[in-house]
Design a protein around this ligand. Structure first.
Ligand SMILES: [Cu+2]
Length: 180
């Protein structure tokens, strides 16, 4: 049997680099440098970066804090109305503690995010545009406080966007935002 792939004729492996190859190599190197610079700039410039503060916290302590917050809030048919500007959310296999929550537009809330067991992903999407989303990592051992404000009223879905085990797909929650 003969191979359908035929080697090129002659001495093809020992040729000087041609002009077209040099140009593409140059473009490749140039583009790499741009992307490298972009990575660095992306973390320093603009509003796209998650902000806030992070504190070490034990899962049990966070659970207690969240429970105290839930007790202080007002339970309504739609969900919990937080007692103040703080919103506590706990992620566990496989549920969102503290959701659903009822918030208002035009008010800045401090979202507290922590996980009880493994790493989870806090993904928030407006119900009418599920492709529009923010994604934040929720880690066990850390409480991340992120300021957030909703411009538009509506229902926002919260789902876990980090595969966290068999049951991960059941991690749904809701944030109901009302006109403030
Ligand atoms: Cu999860």
């Amino acid at each position: 049997m003969t191979s359908p792939i035929k080697p090129p004729e002659g001495n093809w492996w020992d040729q000087p680099i041609n002009r077209r190859e040099s140009i593409w190599l140059g473009i490749g190197v140039g583009w790499s440098v741009i992307l490298f610079g972009w990575m660095s700039a992306f973390t320093r410039i603009g509003d796209q970066n998650p902000i806030g503060e992070t504190y070490r916290v034990e899962a049990e302590d966070y659970r207690d804090k969240l429970q105290a917050y839930v007790d202080e809030g007002t339970d309504t048919e739609e969900g919990l109305v937080p007692p103040g500007d703080d919103v506590y959310i706990g992620a566990g296999q496989f549920y969102w503690d503290g959701l659903p929550v009822v918030l208002e537009t035009g008010q800045e809330y401090d979202f507290h995010l922590a996980a009880y067991d493994v790493q989870h992903g806090f993904s928030v999407r407006p119900e009418h545009t599920l492709s529009k989303q923010i994604n934040l990592q929720v880690l066990p051992g850390y409480e991340w406080i992120v300021p957030m404000e909703f411009d538009e009223p509506g229902t926002y879905r919260v789902l876990c966007n980090e595969f966290c085990g068999d049951g991960h797909e059941a991690m749904h929650g809701r944030i109901i935002v009302q006109e403030g």
